[in-house]
Design a protein around this ligand. Structure first.
Ligand code: HEM
Length: 115
């Protein structure tokens, strides 16, 4: 079981030391954001005109977290779509860090305190 606070901490660790405003611009702007659970549920990366929703709602709460772009880009490159592994050039997420995100999505991607 993972809370949104765990997820935010994990994503924060993954981008620690990065230039966050530049990272947002690289991913299309302010919609690339995870300050709140709602923002993360809606977050998109817009790359060369293509919009990637980090967490497709159809993949939430049903054991399909590994199919989300968020988990896929953290686990490795998506070669058939030319998307490199994230965070770009690493350091990359550990298995434990990926598990936090996977569990939260599989548990319903909820706000903390909502059951
Ligand atoms: C669908 C999701 C995502 C897509 C399609 C995507 C795509 C990209 C692309 C194309 C780049 C530019 C690489 C280059 O310069 O050649 C990039 C950079 C980067 N990405 Fe992602 N990304 C995604 C999610 C993420 C996530 C979840 C993280 C962090 C946890 C992340 C962290 C970064 C960082 C730190 C950079 C370097 C940014 C900079 O300073 O310009 N990305 N991403």
């Amino acid at each position: 079981m993972a809370t949104f606070a765990d997820v935010r901490t994990t994503l924060g660790q993954l981008v620690q030391g990065r230039d966050i405003p530049r990272m947002k611009i690289t991913h299309g702007g302010d919609a690339f954001s995870w300050d709140t659970a709602e923002e993360l549920r809606k977050a998109v990366a817009v790359i060369f005109g293509t919009t990637y929703q980090l967490i497709d709602p159809a993949l939430v709460g049903n054991g399909r977290a590994d199919e989300t772009y968020l988990v896929q880009v953290l686990m490795g490159p998506i070669e058939d779509q030319d998307i490199p592994r994230m965070p770009f050039r690493g350091p990359f997420a550990s298995a434990d860090q990926i598990k936090v995100i996977r569990d939260w999505i599989n548990d319903g991607a909820r706000d903390d305190g909502v059951t």
